[in-house]
Design a protein around this ligand. Structure first.
Ligand SMILES: CC(C)(COP(=O)(O)OP(=O)(O)OC[C@H]1O[C@@H](n2cnc3c(N)ncnc32)[C@H](O)[C@@H]1OP(=O)(O)O)[C@@H](O)C(=O)NCCC(=O)NCCS
Length: 157
């Protein structure tokens, strides 16, 4: 663990409406087709979805979104503010989301990732996700295939 990472202990807590201003800033600067504010609002009102933020010194620096379908889950979104990347925050958010999913008894979690998004793919690979599928032309702007990744939560910790 680097010195920067060891000093950086974010607090992880559920997202609230009040966070959306900061979340939307990160979302718009992280994705070419960002989610709308109403997408986050819709998920915040659902019992079958969990949204968390990572805060450092009172500032929202990243977030993760998971929704659940029976014993399976989908990691729907994960992003860290560009100025705070490579400090271990994405990993902490992901580990947190996986731990909460395990607590709910979730057996496996899926996600889609752009074929060109090697940073995210490396993070997921290091957490044990395996490629289980390909969705052709899944993304817009630019059009690109999605890799479908899966982590068996009962076989990993
Ligand atoms: C993907 C993302 C969330 C990673 O967040 P992060 O806080 O920078 O990630 P971490 O610092 O926790 O990195 C953990 C590991 O992931 C891998 N990783 C992260 N960024 C990487 C990069 N740019 N290149 C290669 N590997 C990378 C490394 O293995 C890293 O460990 P290391 O720093 O010890 O080498 C962040 O880059 C991001 O927000 N990207 C834009 C949004 C996005 O693509 N989200 C995922 C959609 S599927």
């Amino acid at each position: 663990m680097s010195t920067a990472e060891s000093l950086l202990v974010p607090s992880l807590r559920p997202m609230s409406e009040a966070d959306l201003e900061y979340v939307m800033e990160i979302e718009r600067s992280s994705f070419s087709t960002p989610w709308s504010r109403s997408s986050f609002q819709g998920l915040l009102s659902r019992d079958d979805a969990s949204l968390w933020v990572a805060e450092v010194a009172g500032e929202v620096v990243g977030y993760a979104v998971v929704w659940y379908v029976l014993k399976e889950a989908e990691l729907g979104n994960l992003a860290v503010d560009a100025e705070w990347r490579r400090l271990g925050l994405g990993r902490r958010l992901l580990d947190w989301a996986l731990a909460r999913a395990r607590e709910r008894g979730t057996e496996r979690i899926f996600l889609e990732v752009r074929e060109s998004n090697l940073a995210a793919q490396e993070l997921y690979r290091r957490c044990g996700f395996l490629r289980v599928g390909l969705r052709r032309r899944y993304y817009r702007a630019p059009v690109e295939d999605a890799l479908v990744l899966c982590l068996e939560l009962l076989r990993s910790s």
